[in-house]
Design a protein around this ligand. Structure first.
Ligand code: PAZ
Length: 311
């Protein structure tokens, strides 16, 4: 799908040109260092039902998968472009919701020369200092860039812009498409201007299918990149077939298949010739190991083989 085609159905939001420049310079700098760069998409998209939107179609995605995976990719040495739903889970911060640090952190004395001094009982915020350090290391090294979306339209344009930024990296670029993107939308031309009145009785809406961006991504936007999509189902009996079908239709490299109820402890990494089950044992859960560490470990090895194959 060309940029003009995307803009016809989904009008280009403000700020995309600036974000494209920021993403292009982020990836170019890391590419020049010989670093691999991954685009991690994360969280759900919001679809307005009205032009002056009061109501939206949204979904369950918390962004936890994307945030935890971004941390694992950074630890593995990747540059991470994190395209995430505003207010969804954020790398290094998502384990510390306000209720944890609001009560644990205390001013340790009056602010001095503009410096705020805080202290906390280490046990009240386990992992907090390490998370802060990891985030600040990534920020100082320039290996992490977060870009926010809220609506489906913003997501689609930012994905295209991110692909434009990553494409020059060829096989060193990875796309890790963990966001839960709406399959349905109301075209701007068919949207009511104002809040849909409840006085009209039960609501019937016809939504159009969102075009699958995996197709232009694989064919045109970043044809040399290593591309991973995710497939979520609620019926375990169909998820692998659906994953295989996606691989056949879009011809990308990997689908990570997961089921809603078990998504944090079990996934299947599906490729053209393999199915690898990744499972967290109870001991691993107790040790605080997360399934994303295993997913990223597996994909990093596959990415290495992919790069070797292309060179
Ligand atoms: O964001 P989260 O951690 O709550 O959930 C992750 C997920 C289930 C959205 C992701 O693993 C996934 O499957 N994304 C693709 C969903 C789909 O469009 O099928």
């Amino acid at each position: 799908m060309a940029e003009t085609e995307l803009s016809t159905e989904f009008p280009k939001p403000d700020g995309i040109t600036r974000w494209t420049e920021v993403m292009v310079s982020f990836t170019a700098k890391l590419g020049a260092q010989g670093r691999r760069v991954v685009l991690v998409t994360s969280g759900g998209t919001k679809v307005p039902l009205e032009a002056r939107a009061v109501r939206f179609l949204d979904n369950f995605s918390s962004g936890r998968r994307g945030a935890t995976s971004a941390e694992a990719f950074l630890a593995a040495g990747y540059g991470v472009l994190f395209l995430y739903r505003s207010r969804s889970a954020f790398p290094f911060a998502h384990r510390f919701p306000p209720q944890t640090w609001l009560s644990a952190l205390r001013p340790s004395g009056p602010a001095q020369s503009g410096r705020l001094c805080l202290e906390a009982d280490e046990k009240a915020l386990p992992g907090f200092a390490a998370a802060l350090q990891s985030y600040q290391d990534a920020a100082a090294a320039g290996t992490f860039l977060a870009v926010e979306f809220t609506t489906l339209t913003e997501y689609l344009h930012l994905l295209q812009a991110a692909a434009q930024a990553l494409n020059p990296l060829g096989p060193s670029a990875m796309f890790y498409l963990a966001a839960a993107v709406s399959d349905f939308y109301v075209p701007v031309s068919e949207m009511p201007q104002h809040k849909i009145p409840s006085s009209g009785g039960p609501l019937q809406i016809t939504m159009k299918m969102v075009p699958k961006m995996l197709s232009p991504l694989v064919k045109d936007w970043a044809p040399k990149a290593f591309i991973i999509s995710f497939k979520l189902e609620t019926d375990p009996s169909i998820v692998i077939d659906r994953a295989r079908n996606a691989l056949e239709v879009y011809r990308h490299q990997v689908v990570v298949a997961n089921i809603l109820e078990s998504k944090q402890s079990f996934v299947v990494i599906v490729t053209k010739d393999s199915e690898t089950k990744l499972l967290l044992s109870e001991e691993e859960v107790e040790k605080g190991i997360e399934i994303e560490e295993k997913i990223v470990d597996n994909l990093q090895s596959q990415h290495t083989a992919f790069i070797c194959d292309k060179n």
